[in-house]
Design a protein around this ligand. Structure first.
Ligand SMILES: Cc1cc2nc3c(=O)[nH]c(=O)nc-3n(C[C@H](O)[C@H](O)[C@H](O)COP(=O)(O)OP(=O)(O)OC[C@H]3O[C@@H](n4cnc5c(N)ncnc54)[C@H](O)[C@@H]3O)c2cc1C
Length: 250
């Protein structure tokens, strides 16, 4: 009996370890920078080592010099926007404070930076893949893009996507749509409902809940204030807490 309990525990541990990604440091080079609207930058990085991560995960980016072994320098977190199958790794950041101002000023094509990844498990925690609801505000759409362009998104049946942007110019999803649509792995994405703040106001969580109810799993990514209020609303409507997964950017 004891041997059986031990074997089961061992199998569970092996399974968990195999699911856990190993965090690695990558000396990386900035390949491309795009700055389509003031204050928003999309950066592609390359590295000698293949970047290993799952859709929806995030990295730590350090700007200062580093020897690869000592004390990790000051860094900030950014979500991977690219699919793990892509050769380069892509992020998008909005200039907010001291560190992102430095990124905007100091990053240039060819610059070397250090990345440490992967972190997070938003899409790796068990959930039903039928009728999932994806809600993102602004640059918060990036972890979703990483999933939508990955083969694992084929497993999602009838996804519902709701995105909010300040105005048309801030719609990263539309800008990235060609690569999303052309990706060999992408499935027929349901057309997202886009809320443009300057025209129709912020994302309407009440109508989203009316459309989807309590049987769906909800993924929410974006500013902490949005996540907090949407989560509070969904819980007040009786949605179980384990059906709400968030990617908090704080
Ligand atoms: C999981 C996750 C994913 C994210 N993904 C993205 C993304 O894809 N795109 C994006 O634009 N933003 C993303 N963010 C937010 C981003 O990491 C920054 O926190 C945000 O852009 C704030 O700007 P800043 O770092 O320039 O501000 P700063 O004013 O430099 O710092 C903001 C906060 O960082 C903390 N901080 C200050 N100094 C240090 C230090 N020395 N070391 C560590 N922390 C310090 C403090 O709490 C401070 O208030 C993500 C955050 C998280 C947690």
């Amino acid at each position: 009996m004891e041997l059986r309990v031990f074997s089961v525990a061992l199998c569970v541990s092996i399974f968990l370890v195999s699911k856990m990604a190993i965090i690695k440091k990558y000396k990386s080079k900035v390949e491309k920078i795009t700055n389509p609207i003031p204050g928003i930058y999309t950066i592609s990085f390359s590295s000698d080592k293949k970047f290993i991560y799952n859709p929806g995960q995030f990295l730590h980016l350090a700007l200062d010099e580093y020897d690869g072994a000592g004390q990790w320098p000051e860094s900030r977190c950014f979500s991977m926007q690219s699919s793990p199958d892509e050769e380069t790794l892509k992020i998008t950041f909005a200039v907010k404070g001291k560190f992102t101002k430095r990124l905007a000023n100091e990053l240039h094509e060819g610059k070397e930076v250090w990345l440490k990844l992967p972190y997070g498990d938003i899409f790796d925690r068990g959930h039903s893949k039928e009728n999932c609801v994806f809600i993102a505000g602004g640059t918060g759409v990036t972890p979703f893009l990483s999933l939508f362009t990955h083969e694992s998104f084929r497993e999602y049946i009838n996804p519902h996507i709701y995105l909010g942007f300040r105005s048309k110019e801030y719609n990263i999803y539309e800008r990235e749509l060609p690569s999303v649509a052309l990706s060999a792995n992408s499935v027929a994405l349901s057309v997202p409902k886009i809320f443009l703040e300057d025209i129709e106001g912020i994302i309407d969580i009440k109508s989203i809940f009316t459309e989807n109810g309590t049987n769906s799993d909800y993924f929410i990514s974006g500013p902490p204030i949005m996540i907090k209020s949407f989560k509070k609303y969904l819980l007040s409507k009786g949605l179980e807490e384990n059906k709400i997964r968030t990617d908090d950017w704080e």
